[in-house]
Design a protein around this ligand. Structure first.
Ligand code: CP
Length: 313
């Protein structure tokens, strides 16, 4: 694989659209951005004079704050909008909201939306670069990139690393982006969920499938726990949270089956006592807060590269 020198697309809508060399370029650029975050003055003038709009139509702590921090560290002018404080509550459509924001000529728009494909719709009507910050159950590309950065930081490579992804997979945009990324970069992936929460078609993407958490964890280098997304469940997917934890919760006892130097990841927010035991979430295996910290560097890299990889400093 050869590292790309630029990104081929103006937008970051999903990992599916990226080539391995482009993923490598983002991860390498994020390394340099992480160094900026370690300085006493954590700011460079790279995006001075550029305007970035953060549109969050769904709740977010990590993604929204780390994008804002990334934009500020690159000296961009930033504006934020959430559903509650906008004319969306008066019934304004996504199309009209997009055209209104477009009229103010931002350079980039970061968007989270409950509907899969909403950022793609924005990309069709806006001149700005669109960054998908999570769309419905479709993709969450910057989450997969920061996960990959964290795995590379700990394991030195993605190629050949054994990754178990466990949880509510059917509702997970994090799963989808990670499957695209990890398989493109040569990792081996096993997915584990109850039958009601397992999406179809994973085997066709090169992912092994099991319904037994002990099989998934056995020999894993990386265990990625995904949240039970109660807010997206409009039917009876689980008997109870207690039963889910019994059969699919990650506990210290289950960690004994993993590789000796295994790491545990979770994109957050966590349901402690449902998909993960607190002794694992806060234990020696956990890199969950490293993921949060790396999110800033990775989002700086994405903003910088979509701006053309140019700018001051
Ligand atoms: N991982 C993630 O997307 O978290 P937030 O919903 O807090 O942004």
């Amino acid at each position: 694989m050869t590292t790309a020198t630029t990104l081929r697309h103006r937008h970051l809508l999903g990992i599916r659209d990226l080539e391995p060399g482009e993923i490598d370029l983002i991860l390498e650029t994020a390394l340099a951005m992480k160094e900026v975050g370690a300085r006493p003055i954590k700011k460079v003038p790279t995006l001075r004079g550029r305007t970035v709009v953060n549109l969050f139509f769904e709740p977010s702590t990590r993604t929204r704050m780390s994008f804002e921090l990334a934009e500020k560290r690159l000296s961009a002018d930033t504006l934020g909008m959430t559903t509650a404080g906008s004319s969306v509550v008066k019934g304004e459509t996504l199309g009209d909201t997009a055209r209104t924001i477009e009229a103010m000529a931002p350079d980039m728009i970061v968007m989270r939306h409950a509907s899969s494909g909403a950022p793609h719709q924005l990309a069709r009507v806006c001149r700005a670069s669109i960054i998908n910050a999570g769309d419905g159950t479709h993709e969450h590309p910057t989450q997969a990139l920061l996960d990959a950065f964290t795995i590379r930081e700990r394991k030195g490579t993605l190629a050949g690393v054994r990754v178990a992804i466990i949880g509510d997979l059917i509702h997970s945009r994090v799963l989808r982006s990670n499957v695209w990324l990890l398989t493109k970069m040569g990792a081996s992936v096993i997915a584990c969920a109850p039958a009601t929460l397992m999406p179809p078609g994973l085997r066709e993407l090169g992912v092994a499938v099991t319904y037994d958490i002990d099989e998934a964890v056995k020999g894993a280098d990386v265990i990625m726990m995904l949240r039970v997304q109660h807010e997206r469940m409009h039917g009876l997917f689980l008997p109870s949270a207690r039963e889910y934890f019994t059969y699919f919760g990650l506990t210290p006892a289950r960690m004994e089956r993993a590789a000796a130097d295994a790491i545990v990841m979770h994109p957050g927010p966590m349901n402690r006592g449902v998909e993960i035991d607190s002794d694992v979430a806060d234990g020696p295996w956990s890199v969950i807060l490293d993921q949060v910290a790396n999110g800033v560097a990775v989002r700086m890299a994405v903003l910088y590269l979509l701006a053309g990889g140019e700018g001051e400093g």
